[in-house]
Design a protein around this ligand. Structure first.
Ligand code: 13P
Ligand code: SF4
Length: 301
């Protein structure tokens, strides 16, 4: 099918199935601009999953995002374009790992990044996203937290808040590849460059950026301040999506592609809506425990 045929078919399927498409900011422009009803960072997608008026939620993104939508909406059908898509963070830690950290550090609260499975969320005290992690950690009012699974996010938060952070050696395979030399080279090549980095980048890279924030915070910054030259130290679709909406700004590379996010395509979205699968199914006990950790986060956001 052509691009246009897929878009028309998806729009029709959304009407006939009473479905909404929630798309992460890392989805490609034909999804982000062509078929999504809601676009956003992990935090906004979790918030909007709670209040959409639809029978079916199709989460264009990776399975942990669809699991979060499902555990907040147990009565709705939640579809994901490719249920076998991974995420190096969500795949890097198990519930057993979390229980071992708890046993090693009794009484220390466990803050779990939403880039994790429902089973890992279920043994956590509270969740966080890159957009609210500092607020969540400060709110706990303690001097030590366990913050998992992203080692870099944890170290970035420790530096920003002064709270001691115990973490786990897991990283985002997309963001760990950026290094300080790349950023310095970009600045040398483009005077007046504004560098925005995602907090899944190393603390060294975040330290040489002008701004660090979630994908939505980066988009807000660029669209509000309109810096003439921008480097988005994150997934490649971010610049593609903002550029498509606002061609006035100049973006410099590098960026890295997330192979897991790219498993969502117009074709896999169309098939999911046509066939009603793959569907997210969660064990009810795990889902209820995970929901408590996500809801505690949403109450603070
Ligand atoms: P946010 O959109 O919450 O910043 O997350 C980035 C990410 O890597 C999601 O997989
Ligand atoms: Fe996971 Fe990183 Fe891909 Fe986000 S960008 S889905 S954190 S591997």
């Amino acid at each position: 099918a052509t691009f246009a045929q897929d878009v028309v078919a998806i729009q029709e399927l959304k009407r006939s199935r009473r479905a909404v498409v929630l798309a992460h900011n890392y989805q490609t422009p034909e999804i982000f601009h062509g078929v999504a009803d809601v676009v956003g960072d992990s935090l906004l997608l979790a918030q909007r999953a709670q209040d959409v008026d639809a029978d079916v939620i199709l989460l264009a993104g990776v399975p942990f995002m669809a699991e979060t939508a499902k555990l907040l909406n147990p009565a709705k059908t939640v579809l994901v374009p490719d249920i076998t898509a991974g995420c190096s963070l969500a795949d890097g830690i198990t519930a057993e790992d979390v229980l071992a950290l708890r046993a090693e550090h009794p009484g220390v609260p466990v803050v779990t990044y939403v880039n994790s499975s429902a089973a890992v969320k279920a043994v956590s005290d509270i969740c966080c996203t890159s957009g609210n992690v500092e607020r969540v950690v400060r709110h706990l009012g303690v001097d030590r937290v366990i913050l998992i699974p992203d080692e870099y996010l944890a170290r970035n938060v420790a530096r920003a808040t002064g709270v001691e952070v115990i973490t786990h050696p897991t990283r985002c395979e997309v963001h760990e590849r950026f290094d300080v030399a790349q950023v310095e080279q970009l600045r040398a090549e483009t005077p007046g460059l504004t560098v925005l980095a995602h907090p899944e980048c190393s603390p060294e890279v975040v330290a040489v950026a002008d701004v660090a924030g979630s994908t939505a915070q980066m988009i807000d910054y660029v669209t509000t301040h309109r810096p003439p030259h921008v480097a988005l130290i994150t997934e490649c679709s971010m610049a593609d999506n903002i550029r498509a909406a606002d061609p006035g700004l100049h973006y410099v590379q590098p960026c890295n592609i997330c192979p897991h996010m790219r498993r969502s395509t117009l074709s896999t979205i169309r098939i999911a809506l046509e066939t009603g699968g793959p569907e997210i199914v969660l064990d009810p006990t795990t889902a209820a425990a995970a929901r408590r950790a996500v809801e505690r986060m949403l109450e603070l956001s």
